[in-house]
Design a protein around this ligand. Sequence first.
Ligand code: ZN
Length: 130
Amino acid sequence: MEITIKTEQRCQLIDITSQVESVIAKSKIKDCLCLVFVPHSTAAIILTENEPGLKNDWLKVLKKLVEDEEFEHNRIDDNADSHILSGLLGQGKVIPIEGGQLVRGTWQEIFLVELDGPRTRRVVIKLIKG
Ligand code: ZN
């Protein structure tokens, strides 16, 4: 199963929890593992709180990690920072499902992290029976 997300900025956090939950609800599988994966090397998946200040904090920290670097890849593509942050954050997460519900903490929302937008991103969702 797959969802498509259109991003609007170069770097952006987008809460995709409800879209993932509706895929799970349609599947009728009650107990399994849920892989949420982006088939992209300049985007990532994280779990964090959906709070506007925190979303900005994430973007500040990510920017700081890669600023002032002279990246070799930028000679051909000008997006080395995006690739590196994507790899560091991870391009997928595995979340348990019990009783048809994602097992997650109160402040754990699923986010697509756009790192080289705006683009159209695919998010692949696989339910893996345990
Ligand atoms: Zn590149």
